[in-house]
Design a protein around this ligand. Structure first.
Ligand code: ATP
Ligand code: MG
Length: 570
């Protein structure tokens, strides 16, 4: 939680002046009942109209001054809260981007979206209301109590009797609702995850006619949240009426005993009215305080969730070396590499050893789930190895600055991911200043120029979210072109030709061989024909490397490779 306080530091002025103006407003508010008492005792009882007129004017002046102070405070509170929220959101987004895949896997996408939106907004409201009410309400309550003590100390013992009751009520509501608010936020995370997954996979849901089940599952989750929210609402709802009852009973007692004092002449009518007025002020301040408690409770639960993300430290330390320092002829080397995903237990890759020279092609083949994408991920340091080391151009990849390593490697992920914007904008991801002719060259090699040039707006064609206005094969070719546009020294194609027909697949491989001679290529594929010309082929089976060599050598020596090859050749 303390981590969030630093975001308030730049707004010290607002944090000091805001409550100060609210205090001034409270002082003016506290003066009004005294003036009222004077009107009754000195004006009305003695029929002094000019005195009454003067005092009424004074009340108006007090009101106007109080209003000006309140508006100033509101302005300062809004200014501070909105800037705080914006800064926090920015910092949170930046921090999330600095986390490694291990932490992102652990946290999950939907909760991160909720924390960056809902939770930051709740925390921001907390700051706003804190400035507006946190100083005013206690001051008004204490001030009013002091005033009633001055008016009649004995009568004010009634306040001392009701104060602990109200204190207990506030404690009860807070202790019950704080844990529930945290639970509700988690339920909201689940709903967000469900919504995201369903909207993303809407076509699959329709293809399997699962709309009914999905709508029901969503409705169940919403009903569960509704129930839980109603529970919080019910507990919070008892606070206001109970506070009202207790304070109003106090007012009844004041009028009862005060009336006796007026009869005996110990108390004037004006002072009794002022006494009752202060009681009402305390009532209203108590209710404002109860609402403040509810808002601050929510804000606290949300702030803890935001702070949890900010406190998550990336397990991946950035290296310091730039790419220029690496000049080995060995482009990629795996040295006794073992890897398992955090929290998943079992080893995914076991004792992987190989090296591949600059400009050569490495092929990786193996059944589904055998660890091909995981192995590729270790080359661009998506995750850190559990044991052993990965070298790129002779250096342990942990020593590189991540940015420098990313610049060396062009990745074409297994799932083609494109972003909203024009095709040209997507191609500029690796190099913002790329020329149009270089873009065309990248599209040529990726076998994408033909379809891009046929589009009405060519490179300026707008892609919708996720590139959904393109076919699977078109998307794959654009992701290949995007990687090539950065002119990487190592190109990783993770099953990136699966949606291409055999002829296009062959043309792409030939273009890569002829036009990217110095580029080291890592090609992952399920098709033996896509890899048969590679300089080295790794055959993975359940995380172990069961074959290593050229196509011809593997056909002679590796049973798993023979099986894959012959099954595809039939
Ligand atoms: P495919 O041919 O289907 O793409 P693959 O050979 O690329 O398969 P990987 O994606 O590397 O397989 O997965 C290897 C194993 O690691 C699988 O058993 C998978 O369940 C597991 N795995 C993959 N990603 C994660 C993750 N983020 N967290 C935990 N386990 C994972
Ligand atoms: Mg894979």
């Amino acid at each position: 939680m303390q981590k969030l306080f630093r975001f308030l530091k730049p707004y010290k002025l607002e944090l000091i002046l805001g409550p100060l103006f609210k205090l001034l407003e409270a002082i003016f508010e506290l003066l009004v009942p005294i003036v009222m008492a004077k009107i009754i005792d000195n004006g009305i009882s003695q029929n002094n109209t000019s005195y009454i007129g003067k005092m009424c004017a004074l009340i108006v002046v007090l009101g106007i001054c109080g209003m000006c102070f309140a508006i100033t405070c509101q302005y300062l509170a809004a200014r501070c809260a909105f800037h705080y929220g914006a800064d926090l959101r920015k910092a949170l987004y930046q921090h999330i981007n600095s986390l490694s895949c291990t932490e992102l896997d652990k946290l999950g996408t939907s909760t991160l979206i909720n924390r960056i939106t809902n939770d930051v907004t709740a925390s921001q409201s907390g700051v706003n209301m804190f400035i507006r009410l946190a100083s005013r309400t206690p001051f008004l309550i204490i001030g009013a109590i002091v005033m009633v003590f001055i008016i009649d100390a004995k009568l004010s013992l009634i306040f001392l009797a009701i104060a602990p009751i109200i204190g207990f009520l506030l404690y009860f509501v807070m202790s019950k609702t704080i844990p529930l608010y945290t639970k509700n936020q988690k339920k909201l995370d689940n709903i967000a995850r469900h919504t995201g997954e369903n909207l993303e996979g809407v076509r699959v849901i329709r293809a399997f006619s699962r709309q009914k089940q999905e709508v029901k599952a969503f409705a169940d989750e919403c009903a569960d949240l509704e129930k839980s929210m109603l529970t919080v609402g019910k507990i919070s709802a008892v606070l206001n009426p109970l506070t009202f009852i207790v304070i109003n009973l106090g007012i009844v007692a004041v009028l009862w005993f005060g009336g006796v004092h007026v009869d005996t002449g110990r108390l004037t009518q004006g002072n009794l009215t002022a006494f009752a007025n202060y009681m009402t002020q305390i009532l209203l301040a108590m209710i404002a305080f109860a609402n403040l408690v509810v808002i601050l409770t929510k804000a606290q639960a949300s702030s803890i969730r935001v702070a949890q993300v900010l406190e998550t430290v990336s397990t991946m330390q950035d290296g310091s070396e730039l790419s220029d320092s690496a000049n080995s002829e060995i482009a990629i080397k795996f040295n006794h590499v073992n890897f398992s995903y955090a929290g998943a237990g079992d080893s995914i890759l076991e004792n992987i050893n190989f090296e591949i020279k600059k400009g050569q092609t490495l092929g990786i083949i193996g059944g589904t789930g055998s660890g091909k994408s995981t192995l590729a991920g270790l080359i661009y340091r998506s995750y850190d190895v559990t044991q052993g080391e990965v070298q790129v151009f002779g250096k342990n990849i942990k020593n590189y600055q991540l940015k420098a390593l990313n610049k060396k490697i062009g990745l074409v992920p297994q799932k083609a991911v494109l972003f909203t914007g024009s095709i040209a904008e997507n191609l500029k991801w690796a190099d913002e200043n790329i020329s149009e002719s270089d873009m065309q060259k990248a599209l040529d090699i990726a076998q994408a120029s033909e379809f891009v040039n046929q589009l009405q707006y060519g490179l300026n064609t707008h892609l919708v979210q996720g590139g959904r206005n393109l076919s699977g094969g078109q998307k794959q070719r654009l992701t290949i072109a995007r990687a090539l546009a950065g002119k990487p020294e190592i190109l990783i194609l993770d099953d990136s030709m699966s949606a291409l027909d055999y002829a296009t697949d062959a043309k792409l491989r030939t273009a890569l061989k002829e036009q990217c001679k110095n580029m080291t290529k890592v090609i992952i594929s399920q098709r033996a024909t896509s890899l048969m010309h590679a300089d080295l082929i790794l055959v993975l089976d359940d995380g172990a490397c069961v074959g290593k060599g050229t196509h011809d050598a593997l056909l002679k020596s590796c049973g798993v490779y023979q099986e894959i090859y012959h099954s595809q050749m039939q």
